[in-house]
Write a protein that binds this ligand. Structure first.
Ligand SMILES: Cc1ncc(COP(=O)(O)O)c(C=O)c1O
Length: 392
């Protein structure tokens, strides 16, 4: 019996990562601190919730435009023009169920059996699954680890074959916390233009950047709009992960193919929640600024505390809600450290190899999912662990 879902390799279905290993402990009532799942700790801002509630009361409970509400898509087109410098019409926006769904729809629409997709490693594992499902082949290309995980355009170029269809880019990057510079993006764009490749750009962390690191959308670079499929969501910046709302921005020539997928899986996103999304982008952005400021405070705490631990060195991330400390000086594999941290310190972090081999020697520590007091407590526990580890 043929089950195409089998194409998703074992290694990439471990989507729950360390969380799964922590479940038995949580069931025993052990106080486990979660620094693994990238889930915002904040509540969705009140005005956004109110707009969705109002839409329900107003009877927005029926089928609507498959692409998303017209006024919502028009507002999103304005937003991507003003914020991302992407010139797109409302007919080049497709509202969908988060970046997870956006990536699924793009991969199902664009990838055929045998197509190769270049994925920059360390990568976001869920993109791997979606490339494999339609029969695509994942071609990992390491970021330049020795230089702080910069884009290595020469390595990308070397990986291109006649079967290469697409490059998958996550910017700001999970798990490394990098926000790629214009020069890095241009070097990747140059390969894409010359070798006629698509780019699937995951910009779910676009608003979460620190210390003047500006997020640049690759679709805004010359000649890139026509080959880039950009994915955004309300998930992270507006603390709306459970709403499952996002959107694809792509040249209108791509839209019919993508719509064929989304019409057949969700038909369209829930009508009334789109009013929440509309309120989110039309309303004051102070809520985003405040949440990002708090994320930064937590990130700074993690970086300061981890740098004081023996065997650990940690850069301040340029964006996202993840620190990616280097623990290679311990000489212990990252998976073993993550397992021991769970068993001995009851702190859950993700091992760097969860994101591909290039992640070895690192841990991914999420500082967005727990309040600062809990992060402080987690850092005390980590300090004790690393002090013991370096003395054993
Ligand atoms: C890089 C990246 N892309 C996509 C997602 C999922 O986004 P959504 O919840 O909008 O589907 C995440 C969530 O952690 C992520 O880190």
């Amino acid at each position: 019996m043929k089950w195409p879902a089998k194409r998703i390799t074992e290694s990439s279905t471990k989507s729950f990562g360390m969380y799964e290993k922590a479940i038995p402990m949580m069931e025993q009532g052990i106080d486990v601190i979660h620094l693994e799942v990238g889930m915002p700790s904040f509540d969705t801002p009140a005005h956004i919730k109110e707009a969705a509630k109002q839409a329900l009361d107003d009877g927005q409970v029926h089928y609507s435009d498959f692409r998303g509400l017209q006024k919502f898509r028009e507002a999103l087109a304005e937003k991507v023009f003003e914020r991302n410098y992407i010139e797109a019409g409302a007919d080049e926006i497709l509202v969908c169920s988060g970046v997870t769904h956006a990536a699924f729809a793009i991969c199902m629409a664009a990838i055929d059996t045998g197509d190769e997709v270049i994925v920059l490693e360390p990568y976001y594992p869920q993109h791997v699954n979606k490339i494999e499902l339609p029969g695509g082949k994942v071609v990992p290309v390491p970021l330049d680890k020795a230089n702080g995980f910069r884009i290595d355009a020469e390595a990308i170029e070397r990986a291109v074959t006649p079967n290469t269809r697409m490059i998958a880019l996550v910017n700001p990057a999970n798990p490394t916390g990098r926000v790629f510079t214009y020069e890095e993006l241009e070097s990747l764009a140059d390969v894409a233009r010359r070798r006629d490749l698509l780019v699937m750009a995951d910009e779910v962390y676009e608003q979460i950047t620190y210390d003047g690191n500006r997020h640049i959308s690759i679709a805004s670079l010359p000649g890139m709009k026509e080959r880039t499929l950009t994915m955004y969501a309300f998930t992270k910046a507006y603390a709306m992960d459970g709403w499952r709302m996002g959107y694809i921005v792509a040249d209108k020539k791509f839209m019919p193919a993508i719509l064929k997928i989304t019409m057949n899986d969700i038909a369209h996103l829930n009508t009334f929640i789109q009013e929440g999304g509309y309120a989110a982008i039309k309303g004051s952005q102070d809520c985003v600024r405040d949440m990002v400021a708090e994320d930064r405070r937590r990130g700074e705490l993690v970086v300061r505390r981890m740098n004081a631990m023996p065997g650990v060195s940690c850069r301040m991330p340029e964006g996202t809600i993840y620190a990616f400390p280097d623990v290679s000086a311990t000489g212990v594999p990252s998976e073993q450290i993550a397992d021991e941290l769970l068993e001995q310190a009851h702190v859950v972090v993700e091992e760097g190899t969860f994101y591909g081999d290039t992640g070895e020697g690192h841990l991914r520590v999420c500082f967005g999912a727990e309040p600062i007091e809990r992060i402080e407590e987690a850092m005390d526990r980590l300090e004790e662990y690393f002090t013991k580890l370096m003395n054993r």
